[in-house]
Design a protein around this ligand. Structure first.
Ligand SMILES: O=C(O)C(=O)C[C@H](O)C(=O)CO
Ligand code: ZN
Length: 287
């Protein structure tokens, strides 16, 4: 597991491009037949991916967590951005299709990932945070019929925002949040840009009470997103490619402008779970 420390905005304003990328950008997450994990001291979020191709992959705590098993004191959210796959949790199998996800509560011991078809492997994207009690493990589907153990994202949690004229027309689909899928602190979902729109989270915001991680995907090989970060009066950019993630500290804006439309997964942890608790930044104050 790779470790990233927390950083101060006073230092970050002096960083070179290379140093900014070292601290915040997470590359090469989806590696064939590997589980990759990055542990950040910022709210102790773990960002990772499991990409099973020719074998089943088992999630272990590693040395870093000093735990008997990965979710002994943690919870996790997973969203599959690849082909159909299976997550096996304490002997129970969950079929997780493209853009379907799971919330896995604290206390789940044996967690393994498998692809249905090696020629179209599942790509399980993971966010995990410290937890204090178990909440039910559920499969989450953006659409479909409700059944036992499966949560369908409520219409009120699919929010259309922006417009083509502002190049920010997008739909925010909230997977894990209070009132739909309960968790100790993790809030997670996916935002899809409509064709022709390229800006996410603009007008932008910070939220002193939560940090956030973004994973950009559904991008062509030569496409990029200019991800904007930093304090509103001291912004920086990081060029991001398909299936790369970025850590956003609470003091930082987190907004992107793509060379064309794209999709991204956001995950937040921290003081509260109120999606709308944002410190909005007036466009004229950005520097
Ligand atoms: O496009 C957006 O706007 C978002 O997806 C916003 C993120 O979800 C976010 O920053 C939530 O705090
Ligand atoms: Zn945010």
């Amino acid at each position: 597991m790779e470790l990233r420390t927390a950083v101060s905005p006073r230092d970050v304003k002096h960083y070179t491009t290379e140093r900014l990328r070292e601290e915040f950008l997470i590359r090469d997450l989806f590696v064939e037949d590997e589980i990759k994990l990055v542990y950040s001291h910022i709210d102790r979020i773990i960002t990772g991916a499991a990409t099973p191709v020719s074998k089943m992959l088992k999630l272990t705590a590693g040395d870093e967590l000093r735990a008997e098993y990965f979710l002994q004191r943690r919870e996790m959210g997973v969203i599959n951005i690849g082909g159909a796959g299976t997550i096996i949790i304490d002997g129970k199998s969950y079929q997780v299709g493209f853009k379907e996800g799971m919330y896995i509560g604290m206390g789940a011991k044996d967690i393994s990932f498998e692809s249905k078809d090696a020629s179209c492997p599942a790509k399980f994207y993971i966010n995990s945070a410290p937890a204090h009690k178990p909440y039910p493990t559920v499969l989450i589907k953006p659409e479909g019929e409700p059944e036992s153990g499966v949560v369908i994202v409520k219409d009120e949690n699919k929010v259309e925002l922006g417009c083509l004229e502002d190049a920010n027309h997008r739909v925010i689909c909230k997977y894990i949040l209070p009132g739909q899928v309960e968790s100790c602190q993790l809030v997670m979902g996916m935002t899809k840009l409509e064709p022709g729109s390229v800006w996410n989270t603009m007008p932008c915001h910070t939220h002193d009470r939560r940090m956030e991680v973004y994973l950009y995907f559904e991008m062509q090989q030569d496409a990029f997103v200019m991800h904007y970060m930093g304090e509103p009066s001291e912004t920086r950019h990081i060029v991001m490619r398909n299936e790369e993630a970025i850590i956003s500290p609470s003091w930082s804006i987190h907004s992107g402008c793509g060379s064309r439309a794209y999709t991204f997964i956001w995950g937040m942890v921290g003081e509260n779970q109120a999606f709308d608790d944002m410190d909005t930044v007036d466009m004229k104050d950005l520097m």
